[in-house]
Design a protein around this ligand. Structure first.
Ligand SMILES: Nc1ncnc2c1ncn2[C@@H]1O[C@H](COP(=O)(O)OP(=O)(O)O)[C@@H](O)[C@H]1O
Ligand SMILES: [Mg+2]
Length: 286
């Protein structure tokens, strides 16, 4: 028996460096450590680079997120990025359609598409609320893949909810346009630069009014000029480029309902009030 084989038998770790799976130079244990710590390993990627990597990169599943209500996986998307062509890995979330839990009030197998559509509206708003999100094939079939957002652990979301955070108010406005039926505290991700993003947007775009949110702080308040401008731009682009992007993601009546909802917000000129006849806050709220 040769020396290396002996080492492998007596010390299981001795053989690891040769056999461990690596992705863009990261070992399996480094990827697992990133998953455990909720770390974005790519650093700051531009939006277009992130979208290109999520769409075209190789997807490696690192682990399943047990806090999720659907089959949701922490993954690495790896591939060449930018002009240099350097291969990098980025932490991301993968929700395969076939892992979606059926719901009584949304058609089966449509949540991933709704998340991608929510990203399209967020992009068109210019508010950068939804992290880069794409539809693609993966190890468990077609699904949505979203860039992982590393949150600021020191941020206190309860305190932010009790404040006049402009970032949260913008999310409240976008959610009214999206008809978001599930805006919980845990789906608001504070970043270290003070920005706040909103994830888990699968329960959006129903035709019937379903707004369920913890962001009622600004209920009934007058929309600002900037908010009106953004909503008008969204409404206009729904009959153009944005509408074309949504056509493969939503039913035609869901797209026209979105146009009507945004039109009504603009006519009314105010953020919505909770509807007294149905639950206005998601349960649980966090
Ligand atoms: N893009 C993301 N960036 C950072 N954390 C995320 C992201 N997507 C999901 N998570 C984390 O994973 C958890 C489960 O994801 P979620 O979107 O709620 O899945 P599900 O649709 O199964 O409910 C979230 O509560 C959040 O902690
Ligand atoms: Mg969830």
């Amino acid at each position: 028996m040769t020396q290396p084989e002996q080492a492998a038998e007596t010390d299981p770790d001795a053989a690891k460096p040769d056999t461990e799976q690596t992705v863009a130079g990261m070992t399996r244990s480094a990827m697992e450590a990133a998953a455990m710590a909720g770390r974005q390993v790519a650093g700051n990627l531009s939006g277009p680079d992130a979208l290109a990597l999520l769409r075209g990169g190789e997807l490696t599943v690192v682990g399943r997120l047990l806090a999720a209500s659907n089959a949701t996986f922490f993954c690495m998307a790896s591939g060449p990025v930018g002009g240099s062509g350097a291969v990098i890995a980025a932490s991301c979330v993968y929700k395969p359609i076939r892992g979606e839990r059926p719901l009584y009030d949304f058609p089966d197998g449509t949540l991933a598409c709704r998340e991608v559509a929510a990203h399209a509206l967020s992009q068109a708003s210019g508010w950068d609320i939804v992290p880069p999100t794409v539809m693609r094939d993966g190890p468990f079939g077609e699904g949505m893949v979203q860039l992982w957002v590393e949150t600021d652990e020191s941020a206190n979301i309860a305190a932010l909810l009790d404040s006049d955070s402009p970032a949260l108010r913008r999310i409240a406005v976008l959610d009214a346009a999206l008809n978001n039926a599930d805006r919980k505290g845990g789906h608001l991700l504070p970043l270290s630069n003070g920005h706040i993003q909103g994830i888990d947007n699968g329960l959006c775009f129903a035709v019937a009014p379903k707004l369920r949110t913890i962001l009622w702080r600004w209920r009934g308040q007058k929309l600002t000029d900037e908010e009106c401008d953004v909503l008008a731009r969204l409404r206009d682009s729904l009959s153009g480029e944005l509408g074309e992007d949504l056509a493969s993601l939503l039913a035609p009546e869901e797209i026209s309902a979105t146009e009507r909802r945004i039109g009504a917000l603009l006519v009314h000129g105010r953020l919505p009030q909770p509807d007294q006849n149905r639950p206005a806050v998601p349960w649980p709220p966090y």
